[in-house]
Design a protein around this ligand. Structure first.
Ligand SMILES: [Mn+2]
Length: 381
C-alpha cells in the first residue's frame, strides 16, 4: 500500500499582510496531485496546519475544498488532522464530508482513543490532532504531569488501540525535542517546555507522519520511522533557501519504506542587504528577472537627501516581487525597537534590561520571563 504524507499547507498565508501566497500553494498542490496519480497513492495523510488562520478566508477554503474533492474524484482517500494554526471548531465542519466522499477529518484529540483510529484495509492510522495544552489536560486524569508526559501517555493509548493491525501509522501535529526547526513555527509551540520526547513515540508504529516543523526531516531517537514532511512551499523568510518535499510511504512486507520526493517552488523567497552607496540597479535587476519574492534591507544615512529616491528605485525595479523593504539607518543612536526581526521577546527584554540598568538580567529572571512568554503565547495560540 502506498501513502503520501504532506503537511503545513497554511492556506490563506500572507506575507506582511499584503502578499498572498495563493499561487505558491496552488502550484504545490498541483504537484501533490500529480505525484499521487503517478505513484499510485491510495491514501493521502495531511498532518495539520491546513489553514494559516483559525478563521480562514473564503478563497483559501475554496482552494482546500477543491483539492480534497479533486483527490476524491480520482479515487483517493484523504485523512486530515488539525494543526495548531487550525481551529478545532472550524475543522469540525469538514467532518461531514465523509458522508459524501472519502475525506476523513479528525478535528481534535478524541476523548476516547478508539474514536481516533482510521482503518483502511490492513492499515490502522492513529490520529492525534495538535494536542492543545488545555485539551490534553482535560483528557488526562493526572493534572500534575507535564504537557510532554501527558502527550506521551496519550500516544501509548493510541498504540494499544492499533496493535491488532498489520500496519500501524501515527498521524500527528506536534513538536518533538529532537526536531530541527525553521523559525516560522510559532515560537511558543517550539519551546523546550512543550517539546515531546522523540523516544516517546511508541515502538508499535511503523511510521509517524508529523506536521508542525516546516523542514522535511527524519527525527532520530525513536524506534519507528518518524518524519516531518515539512511545509509545501517556503512559508516565510525564515525558510529561504529551503528545499521542499513530500514523503511517499510504501507499506510492504511488514515494513515502511520512505521516499522523499522534491517539490519545485513557484516563487523562491530571497533576502537582499543593500549597503550604503551600493548600485541598486546592478544588484536588483538580475533578481527582478527571476520568479521570486524579495525582502530588501537597505542601509541609508538619514542625512542623505536622496533617501526617498533610493526607496522608490527599489520599489520600481522589484514591483510586485518586493515583499518587504526595511530601512536601517547607519548614523546610529536609534531607539530601542523591533528593528531586528530576529530578536525574540526574550531578546528584546534582555536588550531593554541592558539599556535601563546597564547590566544583563539575572539568569533566574530570564528563565522566569521565558516561561511566562511560553505560557502566555501557548495558551493564547
Ligand atoms: Mn505550520
Amino acid at each position: 500500500m502506498r501513502l503520501l504524507h504532506i503537511s503545513d499547507l497554511h492556506a490563506g498565508k500572507r506575507l506582511y499582510e499584503h502578499v498572498s501566497r495563493k499561487e505558491d500553494l496552488l502550484y504545490a498542490l498541483e504537484q501533490v496531485f500529480r505525484i499521487c496519480k503517478e505513484e499510485g497513492v491510495e491514501l493521502l495523510l495531511i498532518a495539520g496546519d491546513v489553514f494559516d488562520r483559525k478563521n480562514p478566508d473564503f478563497e483559501s477554503q475554496e482552494i482546500v475544498l477543491e483539492f480534497l474533492t479533486e483527490l476524491n474524484s480520482v479515487g483517493l482517500h484523504t485523512l486530515l488532522i488539525a494543526g495548531n494554526h487550525d481551529s478545532y471548531d472550524f475543522m469540525k465542519i469538514y467532518k461531514s464530508l465523509k458522508k459524501l466522499a472519502n475525506i476523513h477529518v479528525f478535528d481534535r484529540p478524541a476523548r476516547n482513543v478508539s474514536e481516533a483510529i482510521f482503518e483502511y484495509g490492513d492499515l490502522k492510522v492513529a490520529c492525534l490532532p495538535y494536542p492543545d495544552e488545555r485539551v490534553i489536560t482535560h483528557l488526562h486524569e493526572e493534572k500534575e504531569r507535564s504537557y510532554a508526559e501527558k502527550v506521551a501517555q496519550y500516544m501509548r493509548a493510541l498504540a494499544q488501540e492499533v496493535n491488532d493491525a498489520r500496519y500501524r501509522v501515527l498521524l500527528s501535529h506536534l513538536m518533538l525535542d529532537k526536531a530541527w526547526i525553521t523559525g516560522s513555527e510559532l515560537p511558543s509551540t517550539v519551546s523546550p517546555y512543550y517539546a515531546v520526547r522523540a523516544d516517546s513515540i511508541p515502538e508499535e508504529f511503523h511510521y509517524a507522519a508529523l506536521g508542525h516543523v516546516h523542514r522535511n526531516q527524519r527525527v532520530e531517537g525513536a524506534v519507528p520511522k518518524v518524519y516531518y514532511s515539512g511545509s509545501l512551499y517556503q512559508i516565510d523568510f525564515s525558510e529561504k533557501g529551503m528545499k521542499k518535499f513530500v514523503n511517499l510511504v510504501v507499506l510492504e512486507d511488514g515494513l515502511a519504506r520512505v521516499e522523499q520526493i522534491g517539490l519545485s517552488l513557484k516563487r523562491e523567497l530571497i533576502e537582499i542587504k543593500l549597503k550604503e552607496g551600493e548600485d541598486i540597479e546592478r544588484v536588483l535587476e538580475p533578481v527582478a528577472a527571476k520568479e521570486v519574492l524579495v525582502k530588501v534591507q537597505m542601509r541609508v544615512n538619514m542625512k542623505d537627501t536622496s533617501y526617498n529616491v533610493k526607496k522608490e528605485r527599489v520599489q520600481r525595479i522589484l514591483g510586485d516581487k518586493l515583499a518587504r523593504l526595511e530601512v536601517e539607518p547607519v548614523d546610529g543612536g536609534e531607539p530601542l525597537s523591533l528593528r531586528d526581526e530576529s530578536l525574540s521577546l526574550l531578546g528584546l527584554y534582555e536588550e531593554f534590561h541592558k539599556r535601563k540598568y546597564n547590566s544583563e538580567p539575572a539568569g533566574e529572571l530570564k528563565e522566569l520571563f521565558g516561561k511566562l512568554i511560553d505560557k502566555v503565547s501557548h495558551e493564547t495560540g
